[in-house]
Design a protein around this ligand. Sequence first.
Ligand code: HEM
Length: 197
Amino acid sequence: MPFTMYEMARNPDLQRRFREEVREAFLSNDGKVTYEMIMGLKYMDNVVKEVLRHYPPLPFLDRVCTPKAGEEGYSLKAFNMNFNVPANMPIYIPQQAIQMDPQHFKDSETFNPDRFLPENKHENNMNAYMPFGIGPHNCIGERFAMLQTKLGLLYFYRNHYVTVCDKTAEKIQLDPRAIIIQPVGGIHLNVVRDPLF
Ligand code: HEM
């Protein structure tokens, strides 16, 4: 949520669009919050997805090489690499770096929720997008986490928005020693009270 608010403060046009969607959702649902109403917030979904591309809370994945019986390791020949991953070798996948790589995401440094629109997806390599991990051990809490985050944002944005202040960083520096990502110096924003209806 704070990373979302940081990007919304930095991109006021996107924040206006974000709030407009929240306003319309409340008005067309008699001011009530329901599961279906949250699922209908398509722009919010893309904003949170883009936040998780820039700032995946867990910035790396880890695996251990468990070769098939009779094999000594896992050969990377099929991927044009002359390397045999030895049995039991721990592997760390720098998922945050992969998600910010311009090889995989067009204008990767730009905060652009619209990259997740169906018509734009082909410009990005969505196989490289893995904030909740990948494969049989991916995050079991993905849907709950998305719902909870959207719910918090919905209630906050119903009555408030954010702007940058003197202490807001130009660009967030991630603490290189943090296992769950942390912005160096925290996130500082102005909160403005402004009920939507
Ligand atoms: C935005 C919030 C969250 C993010 C970004 C996140 C991300 C991740 C990631 C990257 C993994 C490792 C997946 C892999 O190695 O392929 C993971 C695993 C896991 N997560 Fe989450 N998670 C979040 C919230 C939650 C919540 C709310 C729960 C529980 C209610 C949860 C439960 C788990 C569990 C149990 C695993 C281990 C799954 C396994 O090893 O089979 N996570 N999560």
